[in-house]
Design a protein around this ligand. Structure first.
Ligand code: DAV
Length: 385
């Protein structure tokens, strides 16, 4: 078999030159159902019931137009763009452990799929409506896996998603209680089963950050450590105690290129966790306040205003930003980036912006050590000879 120099699946960080990427699609997208792991609310009228079933044709085509704009920009930059397979998201799911009235969508491949070097990992997921979301990417995964024997493919263990996996009172805790509990990192999922969404990880070569969140628990982080440490990776749990509803790290702590991380001024790292960055010459650069406040986000959007930070790197010098976020664009330009602004606000109600709506399959580059001064304790110490 003839093998090209670089495996067809090869991506070690968030910034190396991008060659192939999957961009999500809003086809057949549904409203996220209310379930123990998620209580969606209409922003303007939180007491009104959240809609169920398929989103309107108009909402779907507005989002699809902006996703097509992203595809066009990436292709003009020489990036190969792939799309998910159509899936019947409006159908209900029933397993021996749970039932849910409809599924969600394939707008945010980032939440489900991650490339770690030459390996594709399908996340366990944390919400019922997203249990089968990996199916939208399976034909692509088979294509990559068949094309190159160097490609590894792992599906993480599926949790039961039974009632007992969740802590439903979480949603009713008043703000004072959340504040009191902010250092315990207990959210709507319990700790018994292995649970993680792919978007709680951020890749820095041989170092990978994992956020403990509403969508990733400590057993999930242990599974990732045991799975990845033998391959020479170091897995670093990170915490943002002032984010009372944390899910997915890519609106909170966003590496832009070696030595530079965009940080969220409302969500500082837990005391002590910044040391590994500062001691290894990484600069933490605060993002400016987003253009729109939380109250001005689209009514069905469940994410925060910090979707502003959800940028996508085409390379260490080229970056795609939402078009209204001028202050962020100016900051990035002042740091030497070529910024590509595109409209993306109609995608927000599907749970993400530019980084969320993509899954990078191939970038240039290899496994580098960007943290040369680091002491790391692996879960399992190598046996003494
Ligand atoms: O800040 O609301 C949203 C991430 C969506 N995948 C936030 C995180």
């Amino acid at each position: 078999m003839y093998l090209p120099h670089s495996p067809v699946v090869n991506s070690w960080n968030e910034w190396d030159p991008l060659r192939e990427v999957v961009v999500g699609s809003a086809d057949a997208a549904c409203f996220e159902p209310t379930e123990p792991g998620s209580r969606p609310r209409i922003r303007s009228t939180p007491d009104k019931p959240f809609p169920t079933g398929m989103k309107s044709k108009e909402a779907i085509s507005l989002a699809n137009e902006e996703l097509a704009g992203l595809v066009a920009l990436l292709e003009a930059q020489g990036v190969t763009v792939r799309r998910p397979s159509p899936r019947p998201f409006a159908t209900s799911i029933r397993t021996p452990d749970f039932e849910v009235s409809n599924q969600y969508c394939a707008v945010c491949p980032r939440d489900v799929m991650i490339t770690i070097g030459n390996e594709i990992i399908e996340a366990t997921m944390s919400r019922r409506a997203r249990y089968f979301e990996f199916q939208a990417y399976r034909s692509l995964v088979y294509e990559y896996w068949n094309a190159d024997p160097r490609v590894q493919w792992t599906t993480a263990p599926k949790p039961s998603m039974a009632d007992g996996m969740y802590r439903e009172e979480f949603w009713d805790w008043p703000v004072e209680e959340r504040h009191a509990k902010m250092h315990s990192f207990e959210f709507c999922i319990q700790q018994d089963e292995v649970i993680f969404d792919a978007a709680d990880m951020s890749r820095f070569g041989r170092d990978i950050l994992v956020q403990e969140s509403m969508t990733t628990n400590r057993a999930g982080i242990r599974w990732l450590k045991r799975h990845l440490e033998p391959g020479g990776f170091r897995i670093h749990p990170v915490h943002f105690p002032l984010d009372f509803y944390p899910s997915h790290i890519d609106c909170t702590f966003v590496p832009l290129r070696p030595g530079l991380i965009l940080t969220n001024p409302d969500r500082p790292l837990r005391d002590g966790e910044e040391a590994m960055f500062l001691e290894n010459d990484w600069e933490l650069l605060e993002a400016p306040q987003p253009i729109l406040g939380n109250d001005e986000m689209p009514p069905y959007c469940q994410s925060s205003k910090w979707l502003s930070m959800n940028v996508l790197s085409i390379s260490p010098t080229k970056i795609i930003c939402e078009e209204s976020e001028k202050p962020l664009q100016d900051l990035l330009a002042s740091r030497g980036f070529e910024v590509f602004p595109i409209p993306f606000r109609n995608v927000f109600e599907y749970g993400g912006s530019l980084h969320c709506a993509t899954w990078d399959v191939r970038r240039d580059g290899s496994k580098e050590n960007y943290f040369p001064h680091l002491t790391y304790e692996p879960l399992v110490q190598p046996a003494q000879p």
